[in-house]
Write a protein that binds this ligand. Structure first.
Ligand code: GAL
Length: 682
């Protein structure tokens, strides 16, 4: 179990370093991330490398038994680099330059940036690959943060090469993008520019490919650095820190390239429900690399400084959310940063050693968490019963970046905030403590009893085949509105909608039936469920379509799709109760092979999502990890260890029996106060 944080000794005099390592030992720190933003310190000019200070601090950490997650420092080129090679600076869609003076001002496609970065990484890797302090390599930092899309000339050249590789010839590209529309036919690849500022909607196929290209391009940088590190003889694992559900990067592809997934997570402490969003992110990180524990690489000990208002964490909240990460598969808890900066943009950002000193709650909590983590036994190896992920999940949610990119484009029947919707589907399950893995359609789905496909507008041919195979093999599938509309090129297939899944669903959509978007949810009930303001479905500008379902009346939002039933095997489970679509089917099921495929034609509100997921879980024979009456209590499984956490203000008693994971003592029932947690081996 790693414990520690980003350490920036270059901001401090050496005498402070001695204090740092002493305090690190006191706090139980086992690993620090070193050198993330130290490029200008390591390489003060193009021809000079200064490693003396880095040697010294790495040795000092090593002498004190503290491991190093050594960064390659390539996230922020020094000012001299931009002066000498102005082409390394990226541009936005208006052609404006992002100048140095902050951080991360580099064009990922710039050959000069790549050359300089490769040289730096080679120097670092050659020097430290066998240093016994180095336990992990930290490539760059938060790829894509602040700047994921570069529209510069370097990017344009690189994009064209990428397109040439993808399509081979320009006619194939023209067909894929549908450039016959609006006189966009290209004569050659040279005519193509990134989707820069244009008078109106830019070609959606082109925009989708630019998103793919941008994720791939940053990934090329990661792979370049990783390969340099490995070629130098390093045997330590290599990671780069992800940022949860970060739209620009297809983390499934990235997860294949990193040895360990690591994640940075800064939840809003003022939001009492942020623990659900945090759980969502933890489960996504765990799912990205099955069978491999991940690291919480960055979180805040207390306040952050990047929001307009930066509230402190409540006492105990940091520990509760840290244990949530451990319970959901993390093998390390780290912070940004070790010592609070005295100067610079993030000087108000909390740290393990606060500027306010050691007589602070933050420092006490940091020490206490260090102690707690060091007392945890190793997690038991995963058994086959736990599934590949050890979470025991028998429910999977499909999460695909290409769909997120495509569904977020304009000119659709209705604007759907895809991530928010997926998070709501996840929350519906999380509120019931039903374990969930995230998958993509290429994942092995055989371990799951229930797969939910949330609004998968873009469904590839292979994806459709995989979902059909899952159902025919005995799985239960829920297909939600606005799924299976376009192929990988963002084009309609021949024959209407749901062409990919039609054979198992037995239905297809005739009209999407957009509803007036639901009102912004401002209130929540005592259990944390959002409460929507009910507006009659018959009002002009229909907001909702009520659905009469076997599990109660459900309020459908965003769309009331009109679906056509295609064969007699389709069972209509629910119909619209009112409005334009009154009496029409709203939820169907159809047996296909050994399984069942459901189609849902409207987006339920939160209560409806809870009801339908409960109904489906029951039908699929899926049970909660642990049944708890209070929705403030979350329970996660990791192997045979349950982590129970109370995020609510009232004490809760839980009827759990087993052995305390830390002490080994018998447990029969636990009482948890606010932010109380317990790990119990069952
Ligand atoms: C991350 C970054 C850190 C620090 C932190 C707090 O984005 O990796 O260097 O800036 O956030 O804002």
């Amino acid at each position: 179990m790693y414990y520690g944080g980003d350490y920036n000794p270059e901001q401090w005099d050496e005498v402070v370093w001695l204090d740092d390592v002493r305090l690190m030992r006191e706090a139980g720190v086992t690993m620090t991330t070193l050198g993330v933003f130290a490029w200008s310190r390591i390489q003060p000019d193009e021809h000079t490398f200064d490693f003396e200070w880095l040697d010294k601090i790495i040795d000092l950490l090593h002498e004190n038994g503290i491991g190093v997650d050594l960064a390659t420092a390539t996230a922020s080129p020094p000012p001299w680099a931009a002066k000498k090679y102005p082409g390394i600076l990226p541009e936005d869609e208006n052609g404006s330059t992002y100048w140095p003076g902050s951080r991360q001002a580099y064009s990922p496609s710039s050959p000069d940036y790549r050359r300089l970065a490769a040289r730096l990484v080679t120097a670092i890797a050659d020097r430290y690959h066998s240093h016994p302090a180095v336990v992990l390599w930290h490539v760059n930092n938060e790829y894509g943060c602040h700047l994921a899309y570069d529209y510069s000339d370097n990017a344009a050249r690189h994009f064209r090469l990428w397109l040439q590789r993808r399509y081979g010839d320009i006619d194939t590209l023209n067909r894929a993008w549908g450039t016959a529309f609006w006189s966009q036919l290209y004569g050659s690849f040279d005519e193509i520019v990134p989707p820069r500022k244009s008078p109106y909607s830019v070609n959606p196929g082109g925009v989708l490919d630019f998103r793919r290209f941008s994720s791939d391009t940053l990934l090329e940088l990661f792979v370049m650095e990783r390969d340099i590190i490995k070629a130098a003889g390093a045997s330590q694992p290599v990671t780069t820190n992800f940022m949860g559900p970060f739209q620009p990067l297809d983390y499934w592809a990235w997860a294949d390239e990193v040895d360990i997934v690591s994640d940075d997570n800064y939840f809003e402490p003022n939001d009492p429900f942020s623990f659900r969003a945090a759980a969502f992110t933890r489960d996504l990180m765990r799912s990205l690399k099955p069978r491999t524990p991940w690291l919480l690489m960055e979180q805040a000990t207390n306040v952050v400084s990047f929001r307009p208002t930066n509230a402190p964490k409540a006492p105990g909240q940091m520990e509760a959310l840290s244990m949530q990460a451990v319970g959901r598969g993390a093998d390390g808890i780290l912070f940004f940063q070790w010592r609070q900066s005295r100067r610079g943009s993030e000087k108000f950002f909390s740290a393990m050693v606060p500027h306010a000193g050691l007589e602070t709650r933050t420092w006490r909590e940091v020490k206490s968490l260090g102690q707690t983590l060091s007392s945890l036994p190793a997690f038991p190896p995963k058994t086959t019963d736990d599934g590949e992920m050890g979470s025991g999940a028998r429910v999977a949610l499909v999460f695909e970046w290409a769909n997120w990119w495509a569904i977020s484009q304009p000119d659709h029947p209705v604007r759907l905030d895809w991530l928010a919707l997926v998070q709501r589907w996840y929350s519906a399950l999380h509120r019931q403590n039903i374990a969930v893995d995230f998958v993509h359609t290429g994942s092995d789905l055989s371990a799951y009893a229930l797969v939910i496909v949330p609004h998968l507008y873009l469904l590839t041919d292979d994806g459709a085949d995989a979902l059909k195979e899952f159902v025919n093999g005995g799985g239960r599938l829920l297909v939600t509105p606005f799924t299976d509309i376009v192929d990988a090129e963002d084009a309609f297939r021949d024959g209407g909608f749901q062409v990919g899944l039609r054979s198992i669903l037995g239905v297809c959509v005739e009209e999407f039936g957009a509803l007036v978007p639901p009102p912004v949810r401002t209130s929540q009930d005592s259990a944390g469920a959002a409460v929507s303001t009910t507006i009659s479905a018959d009002e002009p500008g229909q907001r909702a379509a009520m659905i009469d379902a076997p599990f109660g009346v459900v309020r459908g939002e965003y769309v009331a799709e009109e679906i056509r039933v295609l064969d007699e095997q389709v069972v209509i489970d629910a119909r619209y109760a009112d409005g334009r679509t009154a009496g029409m089917p709203a939820l169907t099921s159809r047996v296909s092979g050994r399984g069942v495929a459901h189609y849902l034609a409207s987006v339920p509100d939160d209560a409806g999502m809870r009801a339908i997921t409960r109904w489906l879980a029951d039908l699929a024979g899926v049970q909660a990890v642990f049944e708890v009456a209070s929705e403030w209590v979350e329970v996660a499984r990791r192997g045979d260890v349950l982590t129970l956490i109370n995020h609510g203000t009232d004490d809760v008693s839980l009827d759990v029996a087993g052995a305390d994971f830390v002490t080994g003592e018998a447990v029969s029932g636990v009482v948890l106060g606010q932010y109380g947690w317990r790990m119990v081996r069952v």
